[in-house]
Ligand binder design. Sequence first.
Ligand SMILES: [Zn+2]
Length: 346
Amino acid sequence: MEAGVLRECQAKPSGGGRPRVPLEIDPVRRHMVGLTIWPGAVSVAKVNLRGHLVGKPVARLVTGGAGRLVDAAASLLGKAVNEQTMGVGVSVPGFYDPESRRIMSGPAVSGSGGLGPGEPGEPGVSPVSLVPIFERAGDHPVIIENDMHALGARWLLTHKASAGHDVLLINIGDGELGAAMLIGGRPHRGCASSANELGHMRYFADTERCYCGQVGCLERIFSSEYLRRIEGVGESGDETGGGGGTLMKRSAAYEVGDESLEMLYDYLANGIVNVVNFIRPHRLVLVSELTRYPDVCDLLTRSIRSRLLGELVDRVRIDLWDQPVAHQAETAGWLGLAGLYCDGWG
Ligand SMILES: [Zn+2]
């Protein structure tokens, strides 16, 4: 209560003695600041200690490289923090090195253009310092994680999950796959801070070259580009489906027998099954706008279930979560909340 996390509710009569005074999380006095850095844009938002947005998020488009992005992010942060700020959650794409406080590589850091997709075959090489963020945060604790871990924090605090359970979250977009593993409620750390790079699981498939430098990455396969490639349709292909159209539009209009689309879902299911068989999570959470299209969701989940090891089929629970993009300042704010409420995040 002294820190402003809890407040007293109205006293309730008790059977005798002093009246009971229940406590609740105070939604007014304190907040977390969420900050997100993404290729070409930064944004900041405040969430109260129950996770509700306070005011409107503020976003800035930034050109001119990674240093400019970090400066813009630090400047937004400087305006957002005040004496009511409890902590700061920052989400970044790609790899982050907490020792040197630098973004190392990934889509975030390219050799030439700074925070922006690198040239094909030219993986990021110049680390970007986030020290200005820490300077602007002042005495407030700062948690910096990959955007998928921010999404993991938000999932963890908004769903009833057993503390000891392992959860695998997979974010599925067009040409963009991310994963986060929560082991007993804590993010999987590994030797470098990042998401679990499911998108770069590789197949012997003739895709476009990935920004990671390789060919055949799962996130290059599960994309509109690859769909066009296998159908031999140009960029301006027939948008109505049956040749051309984006992956999302084709998924929305899916009917059994769309072989090209089914092939892409086959690859995706296979990649997910390999990971699930390998780590045996209690729950698999698929996060995507695809959850709005029941026919493809059914195709995907059936395909996953049919290939899981028999011992796991009845043990792994598969959930669908229709959640807006991971790289959202509001979601970054949940990192701060995870630092406050959960072990292993701060
Ligand atoms: Zn790749």
